[in-house]
Design a protein around this ligand. Structure first.
Ligand code: GTP
Ligand code: MG
Length: 453
């Protein structure tokens, strides 16, 4: 679509709309020439005489008419984000001024850039590698603290360092094979089998750990599934609304108010969850109401995919978990609601949390428990440095090839075959960072960027 880096491109880099200031970018061969047509610096200097990477005050003029007073910063090739001559104009943020300046640039020979085109040029001119570009893309999508910290980590090269280390391991394994290849076929014992195997195991463990971190993180990005379940009328929807701080689910004193489950994003201490309010489960064994049966089936479906179940009750029973025996393998928090109706004063025990959703009592205890229960899983995030699915897939292929090698070395494979398999692993590894010539992949990565980036 936009793999043409001969044109001079321009775009408004700040968000669409009115603001105090707006930034307009222009990059390419004709950049200085185009801007000098209508920029008059306060120092009365030509654009090319202005000091790079410094703010310069001046006027934007169309013939004699002043359009705006602006600051301008120029970057000379190759010392710019795109690697080309680049100018940023900081103008006042009215829509009229932004569009007027943009129009002046386009009328004088620039082309409106596509989303991500500045970054694409940066990549094509070797200023950023593919991992950095992809991390940038992830940075723009990051909605919560976790996604942001991962993207920023990779922007600073953590994943690249990891890949370098993996490559070193593969080079070392290859060197062990090469020693064997230098000897003749009958002299296979020269191949240091034990060293090869041990190194391979270390390498496999390293990659496995990283892959596991990504799988866990991916789950986190989608949000952990918190499901509110219980008998009808116990206050599930009241609690759901209270956690979300909005009247999302209908609350009433009629049993069976919630028929279909309702799902919403819920953020707690920077972590994203999906929280689900479900239809209350009736105690009757063989229900006949078709609508109710449908609703309940949905409730059980959500329970099956839950990471944490919040069981709500409105009285303290002997065996609090009796209805949920079959979900014993799931994490559960038991909540006794409507504590305001209790005659005796009872305090929360380890087994359950006493709350009153209606009177907003005990909410903090629930939040604390959610955090504690999920913490074990959240720890995985520390290991995760893979920035996206494409790289995950490539790394998985590297891992599968290495596992194949590990399985087959016991069959006394010749060093030639091992060398061939190692090359295959290296090929998949290379796909993560190598220059991608496929326009489709490049488009996919860069088109997720904002305009002007
Ligand atoms: N006294 C008291 N009443 C509550 C409390 N929480 C909820 N209620 C009331 O209990 C009734 C049922 O609340 P809902 O939140 O609709 O209950 P539910 O579990 O979603 O019910 P279903 O959707 O029918 O399964 C409403 O009249 C609420 O106002 C509480 O803490 N104390
Ligand atoms: Mg309800």
């Amino acid at each position: 679509m936009f793999i043409n880096n001969k044109d001079t491109i321009t775009a408004i880099a700040t968000p669409n709309g009115i603001g105090a200031i707006a930034i307009i970018r222009i990059s390419g061969k004709l950049c200085f020439k185009i801007v000098s047509i209508f920029f008059v610096s306060k120092e009365n200097k030509q654009i090319t005489e202005l000091k790079p990477k410094t703010m310069h005050l001046g006027l934007i003029k169309q013939k004699k008419k002043i359009i705006d007073q602006v600051f301008l910063c120029l970057f000379k090739k190759p010392f710019s984000y795109t690697g080309e001559d680049l100018i940023e104009i900081y103008c006042h943020g009215t829509l009229y001024i932004q569009n007027k300046i943009l129009k002046l640039l386009i009328d004088n020979g620039a082309r409106l850039a596509n989303p991500g085109e500045f970054s694409l040029r940066s990549f094509q001119n070797g200023k950023i590698d593919l991992i950095k570009a992809e991390s940038l893309s992830e940075l723009f999508k990051a909605e919560d603290e976790l996604a942001h910290s991962l993207a920023i980590k990779n922007f600073n090269g953590k994943f690249s360092i990891f890949l370098k280390e993996i490559r070193q391991y593969i080079i070392y394994l290859n060197s062990l094979i090469n020693v064997a290849l230098d000897f003749d076929e009958d002299n296979i014992s020269e191949f240091n089998y034990k060293k090869f195997r041990n190194t391979l195991v270390v390498l496999i463990t390293k990659i496995k750990r990283t892959i596991l971190g990504f799988q866990q993180n991916n789950l986190l990005k989608k949000g952990y599934y918190l499901v509110l379940v219980g008998r009808p009328n116990v206050g599930k929807s009241t609690l759901f609304n209270l956690l979300l701080k909005k009247e999302r689910s209908i609350v009433s004193n009629l049993s069976g108010t919630t028929i279909n489950y309702i799902e919403e994003d819920y953020f707690l201490k920077g972590i994203k969850y999906r929280i689900v309010d479900t239809a209350g489960i009736q105690p009757t064994k063989n229900p006949t109401n078709k609508l109710y049966i449908k609703g309940i089936n949905k409730t059980y479906e959500t329970i099956n995919s839950a990471d944490l179940i919040l069981v709500i009750k409105d009285k303290i029973e002997k065996d609090l978990e009796q209805d949920f025996q079959r979900y014993r393998n799931k994490q559960i928090i038991i909540i006794i609601n409507k504590c305001d109706l209790l005659k005796k004063k009872i305090i929360s025990k380890n087994k359950y949390i006493l709350i009153s959703a209606k009177y907003r009592i005990g909410l903090e205890r629930i939040k604390k428990q959610i955090k504690e229960k999920m913490n074990k899983r959240l720890n995985y995030k520390k290991d995760n440095i893979i920035n996206n699915m494409r790289n995950y897939e490539c790394l998985k292929k590297v891992l599968l090839t290495l596992i194949k090698i590990k399985k087959t070395i016991t069959n006394y494979l010749t060093p030639e075959i091992l060398s061939f398999l190692l090359r295959e692993a290296n090929y998949h590894l290379g796909k993560i960072t190598k220059i991608v010539t496929n326009d489709e992949i490049l488009n996919k990565i860069f088109s997720t960027f904002c305009l002007g980036k």
